[in-house]
Design a protein around this ligand. Sequence first.
Ligand SMILES: NC(=O)c1ccc[n+]([C@@H]2O[C@H](COP(=O)([O-])OP(=O)(O)OC[C@H]3O[C@@H](n4cnc5c(N)ncnc54)[C@H](O)[C@@H]3O)[C@@H](O)[C@H]2O)c1
Length: 376
Amino acid sequence: MKDDREKRRLKAAVIGLGIGMAHVAGYLKSEDVELYAVCDLIPQRLSCVGGTFESGSMLCLRPLFSPDVLGKRWEEIGVKVSRSYEEILNDPEVDIISICTPDYLHHEHLRSAMRHKKHIMLEKPVSINLEDTESLKEEIADYERQICIGYEFRVNPVIKRLKEYVDRGELGVLQAFSLYHFRTPFRRDKWNQWIQKREFSGGLVIEETCHWFDLARYITGKEIDSVHCVTASGVHDDFDFEDIAYIQGTYEGRGIFQISHALTGFDFSLQITIHGSKGTLWAGLKEQSYSSLDNGATDYYGIVSKGVPGGLPTDAIIETFGEEAAEPWNIQEMVVEFCHDVVEGTPVRASYDDGIDSLRIAVAALRSADVLGESS
Ligand SMILES: NC(=O)c1ccc[n+]([C@@H]2O[C@H](COP(=O)([O-])OP(=O)(O)OC[C@H]3O[C@@H](n4cnc5c(N)ncnc54)[C@H](O)[C@@H]3O)[C@@H](O)[C@H]2O)c1
């Protein structure tokens, strides 16, 4: 005899098994939803759970899987396999779709999933073309299923703590938000090298700085009303877009922000500073416990430090975070929370409108840097 929760268990499918493998981990962890099918075009990725983990980009996702599923054929764990997105969409058993295909396909894949009335977890960016998204706004407003955008930093414990401080008013009047991201170039082992061409990925600012525009809005609760960007390129010549972007702007009403984003690193650092009239927050995130940037002196993944302007370092309130602050765990958690929101009918973590807002800022930034053609 099934209990109530079991009776209303919905079924999910993941399309695209690169980062989509972290979505798989989310559905496998969810108590609300069951993983029903996976879909990709690459046979190796369809061969088994973690078929992407031999080398390269997706190795970092391996810890999300327990040994009893890792390496098993999908069928062995009761998951259907398909090479056809259409087949998955036409399957009435599928209630929820994670769209984890390359950026330039998001809009088309979102529209077809909407035609089939699925709940949708869409990876960022919502599209690489702003006009596409504006044209869909009304349909989205009337859509009777849930759509969530893959802005998983919103569930990162470090980001949650920053937002709690801000929401409790502990910083006083917000004056400024600053984010610094130093990282290695995008991995070159993507399907058909889509990420290396602006035509397919939107370039650095649309592909990834969209995360940081989202955090600049989400943590502060303020809207950005002006943006200016300068870019530099010529480091990674096989990428046809900016390697580095420096972006500044203002918030509606009061406040300024700046973002520094570079693909020229040899390690990973994400730092956020938030300045208020009564308090200052400093946060750092690493990709793994070892970092060359502090000579291996720390083993945490994330840190939040809160002080007062002009205060003493010894008076700061400091908190550190473990592996749960790393991105793969955040993506898994975002999916788990999405499943819960679908079942309970509660608001999703990041809406389609949030996706449009960060894309709009990205496009405005690139226009100010004069690197986009007329059609963008
Ligand atoms: N939220 C995050 O932090 C985060 C992190 C990494 C990637 N992403 C996003 O996830 C998406 C995928 O990126 P990735 O790094 O996994 O790329 P990838 O190239 O490794 O994987 C994409 C997969 O999609 C498959 N695919 C393409 N067209 C398809 C189709 N029509 N039907 C079925 N499968 C198809 C490809 O075979 C490939 O395996 C991108 O939009 C990227 O921006 C988000």
